[in-house]
Design a protein around this ligand. Structure first.
Ligand SMILES: [Zn+2]
Ligand SMILES: [Zn+2]
Length: 333
């Protein structure tokens, strides 16, 4: 991780080679999820053109329009994926092998790249390079996403959303139709010469329904992933954050919550031990009737620790209030 420690201008004049630095998503080592991408994308294409295409309602306009939308989104996905993976999102200093003028932008020194980089750059351990306005390392594409390729990455997310969304919607519609009107559905499917030629006229409604149920299940998983990714990046754009910023912020909030819980636990333990000390001490004469009632309530649930109900009771001013007051604590909780 880079640190805010600017190096003198002269010190970064010698740019070292960075062994193992990956420049694009097409370079090894490949990631398991990247290989999964190479399998899932062709699967969606084959699924559409060898199955869904033949099930689309007979109206030529519907078939043409839906297929054009699918093809455009598939081509756009390929284009955006190529651009995202082929563009090196590394810091300009690493890309151009030139020294950035520290007077132009705020600089930080990366001890791994051994060079001054832009303050928005973060060092990716998978790619072994500093990435300008680092967003995240995408394992599905096996490349870093930063300022230089973020818009293409958003293009992938959008086009994949359209492509998988259409496949899922069609599969779901055909599945519902096949169960609701099996005879009509099978008759319509078998009326297509292309489908007869491809699968034969002996295909049964059960086989079609099984294929559709499997298709809907697989596509639903993919669509949910894509929708979640779309929603996440829409929120990031709205907030003006990168994925990295979001994760760092969330981790900070999580640490603060854990610290607050630990602090509260310590306070409760301290009060519990104070109460035990107070119980062992001689009980003073009750000042009035209300305090006497409080002592009785406090003794009833003396289990050595304070649970949620007891905390609530303290806030309401009964039971524990008197015990705590005996020990000179500042407040009732
Ligand atoms: Zn670096
Ligand atoms: Zn990376």
């Amino acid at each position: 991780m880079p640190e805010n420690n600017n190096k003198k201008d002269g010190e970064s004049s010698q740019l070292p080679g960075i062994p193992g630095r990956r420049k694009s998503g097409f370079e090894q080592p490949f990631d398991t999820l990247q290989i999964a991408t190479w399998i899932i994308f062709p699967f969606i294409l084959v699924h559409y053109f060898s199955f869904l295409y033949f099930l689309i309602w007979s109206a030529l306009a519907a078939k043409v329009i839906l297929t054009i939308i699918f093809c455009c989104s598939a081509v756009a996905t390929l284009y955006f994926a190529y651009k995202t993976c082929s563009i090196d999102p590394a810091d300009d200093v690493l890309c151009h092998q030139s020294v950035a003028n520290p007077n132009e932008t705020e600089q930080i020194y990366c001890y791994l790249c051994e060079v001054n980089v832009d303050s928005s750059s973060k060092h990716c351990r998978f790619c072994n390079k500093c990435v300008e306005t680092f967003d995240h390392h995408c394992k599905w594409l096996n490349t870093c996403v930063g300022r230089k390729n973020y818009r293409y990455f958003l293009g992938i997310v959008s086009s994949v959303f359209i492509m998988t969304g259409e496949s899922f919607a069609l599969s779901l519609a055909f599945m519902i139709e096949s169960f609701a009107f099996p005879d009509r559905f099978l008759g319509r499917v078998l009326s297509f010469n292309d489908f007869k030629h491809y699968l034969g006229s002996s295909i049964s409604i059960v086989a079609l329904q099984t294929l559709l149920v499997i298709s809907v299940f697989i596509l639903l998983c993919i669509v949910l992933l894509v929708v979640q990714l779309c929603g996440f990046h829409i929120v990031l754009l709205w907030k003006g954050q990168t994925t990295y910023d979001f994760i760092v912020t969330e981790q900070k909030k999580q640490r603060e919550r854990e610290n607050a819980r630990a602090q509260k636990k310590l306070e409760l333990q301290a009060k519990s031990s104070n109460k035990k000390s107070a119980d062992k001490a001689p009980v003073p004469a009750p000042a009035d009737e209300e305090n006497h009632k409080g002592d009785e309530d406090g003794d009833d649930d003396d289990d050595g620790c304070i649970d949620d109900d007891e905390i609530e009771g303290d806030e309401e001013g009964n039971g524990r209030e008197v015990v705590v007051a005996h020990n000179g604590n500042e407040d009732n909780v």
